[in-house]
Design a protein around this ligand. Structure first.
Ligand code: AGP
Length: 606
């Protein structure tokens, strides 16, 4: 996920672009850059790493000019480097791009045959060449962009400027957001609302296939075939501060609702739907080189690891153990040269996980990190990184990072299974397509969040909760309990449902609500028995069930219905109502949802 901005008006373009990029930095910060038109030339500034590097660069070498484009990058194709940083230029045309051009290799070969020379490893540079090729034939910038995009397969939000038409910006989008902010004789283009608010709150939200032709006094919207299109402007009723939270009351709620997009962004760069293939561009490890896997993590990330065991053993049949990092590092683990350690960490800075990784590495293990923060310590220690593209997670309670970790584990397990030929192409395609369908199912769960809010209103005064799950969903019971306790300060325990009669059932009475995960899988009949056991002792049941459920619903005091999904993806769906339940209970209790007491977003001490 990247962030793009564009500006044309009377202000200093580089100032406006940098302010805009600051508001988009959560979208990625591997590198950033800007291109500004001045006196018939394009000045380019690009730096690797955080936006602060670019700000430093521009303050030392200011850039004049009142029209320009900018970009903050989350690397998909090509490692974070200055030559891979956007904007990309060719023949006096500069381009910034968010998205993925799936056929860029073929296009690059075609352009190379025409003599094109490439300076980067990115897919985006292709666009600069394709557009420049059209401009050289005397076409307008917008016609050149339209013709170029007809060659492109994939997704994009782009902004383009050219020294040949120094008073124009052209924008276009397909499956990636692009907004046109309409000021007074100035226009700002952006991937997201926050970046336009310092200029205007009047915006056009481009649709897929739209091309925006922007000058200081006019914005014309066309289709890719050049037909005029009407887009009604919308007045955004956000303040810049609110926009940091995307209009949500808390970062945690925003991040819960961002999960469909976060999951899409996480898998989009790594799968080919047609072939059912998963690919990780820089993972050179062959599963044949390993004979055992340890998954190590802390807290919510450890819960993801517990689900990962089911995925890894279920898909690739590689023996997999899951360990709390704080335990792993002190128990002299059996680690050898054929051991793979998968370290899961949202922050990439958790001290116990970092120490466990270093211990495993010292013992000769391969290290893969599943992490959400580029350039974090764990990503620097790992041999390979699978980045969850969830964007910055500000709320201390981890939500979108967790579900994107589950998706990353699903993809990695499938990747190994395909390499080991344990899953054929047909099955691989089915499993990939189920993943592609997942975000839509999550949207449905989120659309029904009002049901969970009503439930929370009836339960927030209880002081103890029990969460029960079986099989791959037992870790989700643990996660639901952790979410509740860490933001509402209510005592909650997650338990394997089959363990109830070995002790916890002594706790059950009318003061102990029991949240039961009851998807329609092979353990469903056993879950019914557990529900009966709780009811027989006066416990209150809150059941999470699939569409069409009857038997658990008729035995429950309350229930939340969620869409069905294959066994290995059900944990992602079941997580969302538990996140929402914890969130709304905490809101009703009046605790500090985003910064709960005693907690920190990243536990960098042991
Ligand atoms: C989860 O909601 C908590 N914030 C906490 O358990 C967290 O998952 C744990 O500290 C691990 O953090 P990491 O993923 O950044 O390593």
């Amino acid at each position: 996920m990247c962030g793009i901005v564009g500006y044309i008006g009377s202000r200093n373009a580089s100032d406006v672009l940098i302010d805009g990029l600051r508001r988009l930095e959560y979208r990625g910060y591997d590198s950033s850059g800007l291109a500004v038109l001045h006196d018939g030339r394009i000045e380019l500034r690009r730096t690797v790493g955080k936006l602060s590097k670019l700000i430093n660069n521009v303050s030392k070498r200011p850039v004049a000019g009142t029209i320009g484009i900018g970009h903050t990058r989350w690397a998909t194709h090509g490692r974070p480097s200055e030559e891979n940083a956007h904007p990309h230029m060719e023949g006096g045309v500069a381009v910034v791009h968010n998205g993925i051009i799936e056929n860029y290799l073929a296009l690059r070969e075609e352009l190379k045959k025409e003599g094109a020379r490439f300076k980067s490893e990115t897919d985006t540079e292709i666009l600069a060449h394709l557009i420049s090729r059209e401009v050289r034939q005397g076409r307008s910038l917008e016609d050149s962009v339209m013709r170029a995009l007809h060659h492109v397969k994939g997704t994009y939000a782009i902004a383009v400027i050219s020294r040949h038409e120094p008073n124009k910006i052209v924008g276009a989008r397909k499956e990636c957001p692009l907004i046109v902010g309409l000021g007074q004789k100035e226009v700002v283009l952006s991937s997201d609302i926050p970046a336009i608010l310092d200029i205007t709150r009047k915006a056009l939200f481009l649709e897929d296939g739209d091309v925006a032709v922007i000058t200081r006094n006019r914005v014309a919207i066309k289709t890719l075939n050049g037909q005029d299109v009407e887009r009604a402007p919308v007045v955004v009723d956000w303040t810049p501060v609110m926009a940091e939270k995307g209009g949500y009351r808390h970062f945690m709620l925003k991040e819960i609702f961002e999960q469909p997009r976060a999951i899409t962004d996480t898998f989009r760069g790594n799968l080919m739907e047609e072939s059912g293939d998963i690919f990780f561009s820089d993972l050179s490890l062959s599963p044949g080189d390993i004979d055992r896997i340890y998954i190590i993590a802390c807290g919510t990330s450890w819960h993801a690891g517990l689900v990962g065991k089911f995925l890894m053993e279920g898909f690739s049949a590689i023996p997999t153990e899951v360990d709390l990092a704080s335990e792993f590092r002190y128990r002299n683990p059996l680690v050898g040269r054929k051991t793979l350690v998968i370290a899961i960490s949202q922050s990439g800075e958790t001290a116990d996980t970092l120490a466990a990784v270093r211990e495993a590495k010292r013992k000769g293990a391969y290290i893969i990190a599943i992490c959400n923060v580029m350039e974090s310590s764990i990503t620097r220690d790992a041999h390979w990184n699978l980045m969850t593209r969830a964007g910055p997670e500000i709320g201390v309670a981890s939500t979108k990072a967790f579900t994107t970790q589950l998706v990353s584990l699903y993809m990695l397990s499938l990747y190994f299974a395909r390499k080991l030929k344990r899953i054929d192409e047909k099955k691989g395609r089915e499993l990939v397509q189920e993943l592609v369908r997942l975000p839509m199912k999550l949207e449905r769960v989120l659309n029904e969040s009002g049901v969970v809010e009503d439930l929370a209103r009836r339960y927030f005064h209880y002081s103890d909760f029990l969460y029960l799950g079986r099989g791959i969903n037992y870790p989700i019971a643990l996660e639901g309990a952790l979410k509740l306790k860490e933001i509402s300060y209510i005592h909650a325990e997650g338990y394997p449902a089959g363990e109830m009669k070995h002790g916890p059932i002594a706790l059950i009475d009318e003061n102990m609500p029991v949240v039961v995960l009851a998807p329609n899988d092979s353990s469903y009949p056993k879950i019914i028995g557990n529900v009966e056991e709780v009811r027989a002792r006066g416990g209150r049941i809150i059941a999470i069930v699939n569409d069409g459920d009857r038997e658990v619903k008729e035995r429950s005091d309350d229930f939340i219905t969620v869409p069905s999904a294959p066994y290995y993806l059900m944990p992602v769906i079941l997580t969302l109502p538990l996140q929402l339940l914890a969130y709304y209970i905490a809101v009703f209790k009046g605790t500090d949802v985003d910064q709960p007491r005693n907690l920190a977003k990243s536990v960098t001490v042991e």
